[in-house]
Structures are given as C-alpha cells and as structure tokens.
Ligand binder design. Structure first.
Ligand SMILES: *Cc1c(COP(=O)(O)O)cnc(C)c1O
Length: 392
C-alpha cells in the first residue's frame, strides 16, 4: 500500500490546484478504456463542445492539450511562432515573464511591453508596439495569477488585425471564473489549464485556435512533433467540428490521450454547464469582493487597484509585523488550508488567495477567515460580518 491513502485533506485556496469536487474525482476513477474506442470518441466530442462554451468561441478547434497549462503555452508557440518572428509580449508578472522566456528559446524576436507587478498593461503601449514593426503576434496574459490582475483586452484585436499579427492569450486562471469571450475579444488562439477555475486535476491544457491562426500551421515548419496541431488534430478529428460521421476518416493514433483526466474534464465542464457561465462569473465576482472586504477587516489590502482585479485570485499585501511564511505554514499544517505566497518581486510581501470554482463559496471563505483570525490573534467578528453581508 502506498502512502496515497494517508494523504491529508486540504482546502485548496491557493493559486492552484483548486478544490476538486467529489463528482469529478468519481469520473476520474471510472475504468480506463481505449483512446480509439468509439465510446471514448463520443466523450471527446462532448469535451470539445464544452470547451467551446467556456472559451466563448465557435472555433472548430477546441481540445485539451495533453500536459499542464504550460504545455498549452508550448503548443501555442510551436504552432504559431517561427524563429525570427517579431512577437510583442506583455510582461506584468511571472506568467508573462515565462512566455517571454519561451518565445526567446523558440528564436522569436521578443519585444517586451512591461508594467509593474500588480498593475495591468497599458493598452496604448501594447498597440504602439504591435504597430511599430512587422509583428507576427501579440501575446498577453489575461489573468496574471502571480499578481491577481485581469488584463483588459479591448482594442488589442483591432491593432493585431491592422498589423496582420495574431492575438494570442493565456487564460489559464480566467477560464470559467472571470468574464471572457474569445470571439468577442478577437483572440486568435488561447490556452488554459484544468486546475484553476474548472476544478479538475492538473494535467490538461484546454486550447483553441481559429482559422486565421491555423493558417500558420500549414507551412510544415512546426518545430515540435508532440504539439504539431496538424498531427494532433488527426486524432481529435471530431473536435474540428466537421460534424457527422459520413466520410470522416477514423481517428488516427498520435499519442495516447490521458483518458481518465479527460473523464474528469468532461465532468468538470458539465458542472460549469449546469451552473451557467454567467452565473458562475457573477458568483466569482461576489466571492472576490466579499473576501476582499473580510480580509480588509483583518488588515489586508488588495494589491490590484479597483477595476484591475482578477476575480479568481485575490492578492493581498501582508501587513508589517506578520510573519507571512509562519502563518501560511500553520494554516496548511494545523488548519489544513492552503494559500499561496508571493512570487518574484512580491515574495514575502503578498498572499495569493484562490477564489476558484468550489473555492469561491461562502463555506470555504468562512473556514479561511476563522482560521486566519485565530492565527493572527485577532477577533474575527467584523470579518465574519463582512462575509455574511457579502454572501447574503
Ligand atoms: C497556472 C498558470 C500557468 C501554468 O500552468 P501549469 O499548469 O502550472 O503548467 C500559466 N499561466 C497562468 C496565468 C497560470 O496561472
């Protein structure tokens, strides 16, 4: 017997993974069937349709890339960026920084547009950078999980269209938690992850691309075998939205799909569907604002200014005199609640609290606030009143 059975229970209120509902865990534990079994094919179609809904797109291609969110990033760059391409990359936190690194490794000419960690990128600066050269693509992070900032997307697609550039998006933490419609925002390709607002285990990267982006794949110069969409889509054929079985070639083996993870994703997407995307976004907005007010009663101020906040991730400044690492460790080991510390320039200065899916609920927040007040030796009355008021 491995130690799996002895693992502790945790309330996951950090930057991800997020709480996985019982229903999703049960789906994950269903018997494994073959990746070419027609019964599995039907499930793949269901997943593709569910992904289109949460992405807000009618793109034919909507698939879970096999690998974590970062694999979605690799797939995006491998398929849509060629060595020497001029790519404008917004950097206002760890994940923009990661993309700039990935693009440089891929031989792109990376033009960085930066903002202070904790602020959104300036739209004029982005559009001016796109217009300033022969730009192949603009990349931005919609939801900076390292800072809790949501990047406004308006105006960016127009600048890209004018320049003949692709508009590429990381929506790992916003998908199914913060308002987003890829088609309305004119995004050409995007990737996400399953362990943030979808509440599935980590290991898949929801991915979508429109026809404009897929044209780039046709040049036969995709520098990755594993992520080459022209090969991957021969397996995910029905996810190309062609519809019906008539005359369609069978799914071709490329790599063995992470079958059980796809069961889990299917169930997670079904849960989103049942709640409704609009209702889910509203619940995340309420949960964010309610927790912000409760934590303000305990002396914590949000990092992001009003208007730039990302609902699924609340980053707060840790007040002077609080040993952030000690409190965070006690919350985990004594209270069984995980929250995340700061990264990069914010290490030791902020906490990042997940407000993702099942983590965006009154009961979860109540547990956190009670435990935190106790650890800080503060009365919890005002904070709990703020919670009760926000969830009323
Ligand atoms: C979590 C995250 C990623 C990376 O996902 P992994 O699953 O850890 O590979 C990328 N971008 C953002 C914004 C994220 O929050």
């Amino acid at each position: 017997m491995s130690s799996v059975a002895a693992l502790p229970e945790r309330l996951l209120l950090g930057s991800g993974p997020s709480p996985v509902p019982e229903r999703v865990l049960r789906a994950l534990a269903q018997p494994t069937i073959g990746h070419l079994d027609p019964a599995f094919g039907a499930l793949m179609d269901e997943v593709a349709a569910g992904l289109r809904t949460v992405f807000g797109t009618e793109n034919r291609v909507a698939i879970p890339v096999s690998g974590t969110g970062s694999a979605g990033m690799e797939a995006m760059v491998a398929n849509f960026v060629r060595p020497g391409d001029r790519v404008v990359c917004g950097v206002h936190g760890l994940f923009g920084e990661r993309m700039a690194d990935e693009l440089a490794r891929h031989g792109a000419d990376v033009v960085r547009v930066e903002a202070e960690w904790g602020r959104a990128l300036d739209r004029e600066a982005l559009t001016a950078a796109v217009a300033a050269g022969d730009t192949a693509a603009l990349f931005v992070v919609h939801a900076e999980t390292s800072t809790g900032v949501a990047q406004p997307l308006d105006g960016l697609a127009d600048a890209c269209r004018e320049a003949g550039a692709l508009f590429l998006l990381d929506c790992v933490t916003s998908l199914a938690g913060h308002p987003l419609s890829l088609d309305e925002s004119g995004v050409d390709a995007a990737f996400s992850g399953t362990q943030k607002c979808l509440n599935a285990p980590p290991g898949l990267a929801p991915f979508t691309a429109n026809a404009r982006a897929l044209e780039r794949v046709d040049d036969g110069r995709v520098g990755s075998w594993y992520f080459d969409l022209s090969l991957v889509l021969a397996y995910w054929r029905d996810a190309d939205g062609a519809g019906g079985d008539a005359g369609k070639p069978a799914r071709a083996y490329h790599h063995t799909a992470p079958i059980n993870l796809i069961y889990a994703l299917a169930e997670a997407l079904e849960i989103v569907q049942e709640e409704g995307l609009d209702a889910r976004w509203k619940r995340h907005a309420t949960a964010h604002e309610t927790l912000r007010r409760a934590l303000a009663e305990l002396g914590f101020e949000r990092l992001a200014p009003e208007g730039e906040q990302l609902h699924p991730l609340l980053a707060v400044r840790v007040p002077e005199g609080v040993d952030e690492a000690e409190v965070r460790t006690a919350l985990l080991t004594e209270d069984g609640i995980e929250i995340s510390g700061g990264l990069g320039p914010l290490a030791g200065k902020v906490w990042r609290i997940g407000v993702m899916g099942e983590g965006a609920r009154a009961e979860a927040q109540h547990r956190l606030v009670v435990a935190l007040a106790k650890r800080l030796g503060q009365p919890s009355t005002a904070a709990l009143a703020a919670l009760a008021d926000g969830w009323r």
